[in-house]
Design a binder for this molecule. Structure first.
Ligand code: NAD
Length: 353
């Protein structure tokens, strides 16, 4: 393929390796930060304590109430804490929710972020932010929210249950899938996306087989890193839009919504994205992109539907309406009827075709 398009890499320090958390203080100081607010979700007390130890005097406070989809009220509260503590930056330890709150603080208060991910959301590598006000999730891109440094310590992920690991990994896979059919794809984003699919598919199967397998965890983290890079370089399509609507307006768990929807959106987009579909199928070693994703999801133990996540039949029209109103960049023209067909498949669980 003849290369075309352009890309830009932001300067970011990325540290990989089991035990890398021990270097957090050095990384934060290297990022020019001296008084960081540690941000996490409830339930990550052990990880927060380990980060606090690694940071020593660089940590001036903890905000441990980050929540899914970054409610605006929490951003205001955390920004108040950061101001009171005279923080000059944040360290987010946790999944996309913790990283999302830190990004919102970067957007609102100009506080640079260092990310220590504990899931496979890939958010740590992107300049994408999201904030939910009332029941609407607003998203955007801003250079300032992209973390200055990222520490991947796979020891932090062995506590992640198999189902969350699988769902979170499917969220990363979705970044790769949409990056491959994005209108602004270029050779580097495609490279990251294809390799991300290959690495994730292999590693996630190992992780689900044995969640304590540190080597598999390290490989899955690398796959998530590649996926985050791919997402960072390309526009998100209908799939991500639907997941933001399902999470932001209907409160569905983000990673599981990704995992359930992905084969259906992929099948629907297939006629309009033949190159991407052949690349996805090849990376999965499958006959078609959507069957490969469907089978992988099943093999990872995710067999639920949108109905199982609590979406009501009456909600399907509203989801379709909101997704179409968002006019996502997408290879196939987004229509109410098309989105409705995708949602019905994912709601009933009838295999896509
Ligand atoms: P999450 O951060 O909400 O975490 C889900 C749950 O898992 C939480 O209770 C959390 O405490 C727990 N958890 C986290 N790490 C764990 C671990 N190692 N072991 C056990 N439990 C653990 O979920 P998520 O899927 O990581 O993130 C979802 C959010 O991230 C959504 O709001 C989504 O929109 C956002 N996101 C943003 C981007 C971006 O580029 N901006 C990319 C992907 C996702």
């Amino acid at each position: 393929m003849t290369p075309s398009g352009s890309y830009r890499f932001r300067p970011v320090q990325v540290v990989f390796g089991a035990g890398a958390l021990d270097r957090l203080g050095e990384v934060v100081a290297g990022a020019g930060l001296r008084r960081v607010l540690l941000v996490t979700t409830p339930g990550r007390a052990a990880e927060a304590a380990a980060a606090t130890r690694a940071l020593g005097e660089l940590c001036v406070g903890l905000f441990d109430r980050a929540a899914p989809h970054v409610p605006a009220a929490l951003v205001t509260e955390a920004a108040g804490d950061a101001e009171r503590l005279r923080s000059d930056g944040t360290v987010a330890i946790g999944g996309g929710s913790a990283i999302g709150l830190a990004k919102a603080l970067a957007l609102r208060a100009g506080l640079p972020v260092v990310a220590v991910p504990t899931t496979y959301s890939g958010s740590e590598m992107t300049d994408v932010w999201g904030i939910t006000t009332s029941d609407r999730k607003e998203t955007g891109r801003d250079e300032r929210v992209a973390p200055r440094a990222v520490v991947y310590d796979a020891r932090l992920t062995v506590s992640m249950p198999a189902t969350l690991s699988a769902a979170s990994g499917m969220n990363a896979l979705a970044h790769c899938v949409e990056a491959l059919y994005a209108g602004d794809r270029q050779p580097m984003s495609a490279l990251f996306a294809r390799e991300g699919i290959r690495v994730l598919a292999a590693a996630l199967s190992e992780v689900v087989r044995d969640p304590a397998d540190l080597g598999a965890r390290e490989r899955a983290f690398f796959g998530a890193h590649l996926a985050g890079r791919a997402l960072d370089m390309t526009a998100m399509g209908l799939h991500h839009k639907l997941c933001h609507v399902l999470g932001g307006t209907f409160g569905l768990p983000h990673a599981l919504a990704h995992a359930i929807l992905l084969p259906y959106v992929t099948a629907w987009n297939a006629p309009a994205a033949t190159l991407a579909m052949s690349e996805i199928a090849a990376a999965l070693g499958a006959e078609t992109a959507w069957t490969g994703l469907y089978e992988l999801r099943r093999a990872l133990g995710i067999t639920g539907t949108l109905r199982d996540l609590g979406l009501q039949p009456a909600d399907l029209d509203r989801v379709a309406e909101l997704a179409v109103a968002g006019s996502p960049a997408n290879p196939r023209g987004v229509t109410r009827a098309g989105v409705r067909a995708i949602l019905e498949g994912a709601w009933t669980g009838v295999p896509a075709r």
